[in-house]
Design a protein. Sequence first.
Length: 414
Amino acid sequence: MNTLTLIFVIALALSVVLQLWLGQRQARYVSRHRDSVPEAFQEHIALSDHQKAAGYTLAKLRFGKTELLIGTGLLLIWTLGGGLNWLDQFWRGMQLSPILTGLAVIFSFMLISSLLDMPLSLYRTFRLEERFGFNRMTGKLFVADFLKNMLLAVLIGGPLLSLVLWLMQDASALWWLYVWAIWMGFSLLMMWAYPTFIAPLFNKFSPLDDQALRERIEKLLARCGFRSNGIFVMDGSRRSSHGNAYFTGLGDNKRIVFFDTLLKSLTPDEVEAVLAHELGHFRRRHIPKRIAVMAVLSFAGLALLGWLLDYAPFYHGLGVEEPSTYIALLLFMLVMPVFTVYLQPLMAAFSRKHEFEADDFAARQSDAGTLIQALVKLYQENASTLTPDPVYSAFHDSHPPAPVRIAHLSSKMS
């Protein structure tokens, strides 16, 4: 057996065992606490709502286990099972140019993968989310979203991927450095363009028409030194009853977005507190920090790919007969999550630190007690578990666990 094959198999097995173990911990912990609302929430959340959140969490864990096992099986089929090799040989037989062959292999892989994932997506949307009262998606809208995503992948990803494959094939040994610069520029462009040109393809964005709430928000923006390109309400209720708020975009193209579901459930004071939290991310420069982390990780990843490109055992050890630039890129994207799963606690801790800082900012600009009220409503309406396992949470949760976050905000009230 190829040494790289052995390393891959061992790493994949360890990754799967780790994720199954974490899921089992979470299931036991949530089940153990499902019959008692945590003390900090007893005055605000009924036992029935707490038990609904526990049931929702356990259902998602069971579904996640199924996704993990199916995904692992498909990964083995694509790599050691020869799936990618067969796809590569099929398109090589068409006698296309290397770049067109690469585009055909990668896009056909994406299409096949999306179709294979379709049953799981349908179950997640129309069974799991429906069971707990969250789904608002129709079959027609589901298909429309799928087709739009495929079309955008071709129209936007096609030219970018062509340029990347050309650089990998014809540029110098430092091709990966040029690709990194292009990728970072493209990412920033998409962050700027997304709110104006892409998001409206999927949702309707209407200017906030509540004049009193708009005036409150504009005063908050002025206090925080934040300039936006508008305050919008998104029709999130078309797809789900989950609520959220965020700001998006870069430079002069920043905009504030509220889900319509959020505005229906929160008071104006609570909306202001939630927005103050989001503005905390802006004032503490969390977006540039996250971009910097992404830049470092993508730089390291592309440098590693630059070395693997000419390393024959990389291809042979993962089930591919003939090396090529596009197969190297595809294999790298498929295999790297197996080895980077251990970075999840670091990334989650980084994100939770930002959430605490944004909460601190909101407590100063608005009111900690009001933000607590808003968060409790969101926990209740989104059926978020109030009792996550600490180890599972450390790996998976980008936000602090509910009891920890509420305790942190409560300390700011004094």
